[in-house]
Design a protein around this ligand. Structure first.
Ligand code: NAP
Length: 312
């Protein structure tokens, strides 16, 4: 029996990371932009941000695999064929690495590490910059899904009071649950460090805005590791310049790569990183797509099929 054709829609520099691992597998890899292919020969797609309109040109497509945990890069395509199952990448290592990134920046902020970094070249011995008590530094996580839950657990283990905001109410020890739009303001009012781990959907786009920043306690700190579309960048800069917020860590941006002209590169209260909080490991992602295709081929369905109505 012929192997199913897997169309890979990945940035040019990435395809070499994947194809060697797929060549001897149960699928036949085809790289969009590198290999010639007939649209009606494609059975599956693996990718991140396919060109809008491309997927609807594949008449025999059986399923789509997202290389990232977020699927906004697929569902923002108005022509996305909604009847085709979309499977997202959920992986323990990815969640653990995201949680590490979040923890690192919470601690850098909480322990005033940037002040010590600035003092060292000036040979200043500044002992009396005491951190706030851990139990007084309230962490609020927007989104309590695969990654939010892992980050919340680690932060609670360190002794921070942690709350999380989600669409549906959560039960369980250690993390205070706020649910739905009606409880967003109360959640924000008790959050000193706000961490965005929401999926990017029509409901959550632009949620990190001037109104949100005004609802946080004075001097709150913001970490956005979810998607650039969650943040209104000009509102963040205004809130930082007004002293309303004390700082921000941004791993994701409205435009990526972040343009050289962006004021976020040089803002003294911003730490900017190039969307590296967690990157899907090729070997794990290859396993994910091969296992998923094997399931579809025998008439079963893999885990983590996205609900196209809620868009996550
Ligand atoms: P997930 O498992 O889908 O979790 C989504 C969470 O958000 C759930 O708790 C959900 O509530 C909540 N939510 C969704 N819509 C909401 C709404 N309108 N109001 C309130 N809560 C809402 O997502 P994940 O896998 O943890 O991923 C989180 C984010 O990280 C995504 O944006 C992803 O793209 C991003 N990410 C970034 C990187 C990076 O390198 N920077 C790497 C991986 C992932 P319910 O629990 O009630 O459903």
């Amino acid at each position: 029996m012929a192997k199913p054709n897997l169309l890979m829609i990945v940035p040019a520099k990435w395809s070499g990371l994947w194809t060697p691992q797929l060549n001897d597998s149960a699928v036949h890899p085809v790289v969009h932009g590198e290999d010639a292919y007939a649209p009606d020969g494609i059975d599956y797609v693996l990718g991140f941000r396919p060109p809008p309109g491309l997927l609807k040109t594949l008449p025999k497509l059986k399923a789509v695999f997202s290389l990232g945990a977020g699927v906004d890069g697929f569902l923002s395509d108005p022509d996305y064929p909604k009847h085709i199952p979309l499977v997202r990448f959920v992986d323990e290592t990815l969640s653990a690495e995201m949680a590490q990134f979040v923890l690192m920046h919470v601690l850098i902020h909480h322990r005033h590490q940037r002040l010590f970094d600035a003092a060292q070249p000036k040979r200043q011995w500044r002992q009396m910059t005491l951190p706030r008590r851990t139990e007084d530094t309230r962490i609020g996580i927007l989104g309590f899904g695969e990654i939010g839950r892992v980050a919340a657990q680690h932060l609670a283990d360190l002794g921070f009071p942690v709350s999380a905001w989600s669409r549906t109410r959560k039960k369980g020890p250690g993390v205070k649950s706020f649910a739905g739009d009606a409880e967003l303001e109360a959640f924000l009012a008790q959050t000193d460090i706000l961490i965005c781990l929401l999926p990017l959907t029509r409901q959550t786009a632009g949620i990190l805005n001037a109104k949100t920043f005004a609802a946080l306690p004075q001097g709150a700190f913001v970490i956005n590791v979810a998607r650039g579309g969650h943040l209104i960048e000009k509102d963040l800069i205004a809130a930082l310049d007004a002293g309303r917020l004390s700082g921000a860590v941004l791993d994701v941006f409205q435009t990526e790569p972040l343009p050289e002209t962006s004021p976020l590169w040089t803002h003294p209260k911003v730490t900017a990183t190039p969307h590296i909080a967690a990157i899907s490991q090729p070997a794990v992602a290859v396993r994910f797509v091969l296992d998923g295709i094997a399931k579809f081929e025998r008439g079963a369905r893999p885990d983590n099929i996205v609900d196209v109505e809620t868009a996550y």
